[in-house]
Design a protein around this ligand. Sequence first.
Ligand code: BDR
Ligand code: CA
Length: 339
Amino acid sequence: MQRSLLTLLRGFSLMALLTSAAATAADKIDLIIDTDPGADDVVALLLALASPEEINVRALTTVAGNVRLDKTSRNARLAREWAGREDVPVYAGAPKPLVREPIYAANVHGEEGVPGIAVHEPSKGLAQGNAVQYLIDTLSNAEPHSITLAMLGPQTNLALALIQAPGITQGIKEVIVMGGAHFNGGNITPVAEFNLFADPHAAQVVLASGVKLTYVPLDVTHKVLTSPARLQQLAALQNKAGPRVVDILQAYVKADMEHYGLPGGPVHDASVIAYLLAPELFSGRKVNLTIDSREGPSFGQTVADWYGTLEQPANVFWVNEGNAQGFFDLLTQRLQRLP
Ligand code: BDR
Ligand code: CA
């Protein structure tokens, strides 16, 4: 009698274990990160790669943006190496925007795209094939609405994939974009944010595709700022990742601190990953967004109808608030796990 009760209980606990394991696997975010590293991209990649319980990083796809494509592709491989995650493939994508001439941001990210530290050629190379084809193949064959995309640079790769294969929206769960600016003003022109200015036509293609879209614009990233104490908590980590990120950030935030007179600097792209890991740290609202690609002073501007003035349907979730200390605590806790 006692033994059969024990067997029954064991059966139950095994079932419970299996059910919770299945729930965990199902809840995991299946993520492709499209990126142009980029100092803050590197921090975002490290944060994602250090969070395997919540995020399954399927691949990194690279695009020209902060620096040329060969450098962004090398830097993505460097981030993967620094995270000890060479299992994650890196696919190189578009070397230039859809329509406009390429622009770069070496003045902020340094000539190599990662300021404050020495870079080297990583031992592991790129995956075979192009990022755009990888997106088409993966999203066409994915379970319906199962894959999340984090867009940390110009949206050229996803736009090219959508133009060639509009049906890939079937595989997309949601797209989280670092980009745009409404209340904050721009960082590359008075009204435009860099990623949108670098390829507004691509952003328009993604917006028009009807995928579920969240924007993490300068409005929020300029509220999630470094401080000496926040950098110190990262520097105190007993690994290479903490001090490495501090070296990168110290060099990276200087330009924004000086330009805006801010007490610290933003780590834009990492907020996208933090939003996925801990959405409770952020808030915003659904708005109607339009993107301007007309030549002139408003080229690349994002017009977010925060008050619903135009009475147009909402097409994005626009994040405008973030818990800065919560962000840096999460970053510190996750980077602690890395080599
Ligand atoms: C965005 O532009 C790039 O320079 C950064 O990596 C980030 O994605 C901020 O405007
Ligand atoms: Ca970026």
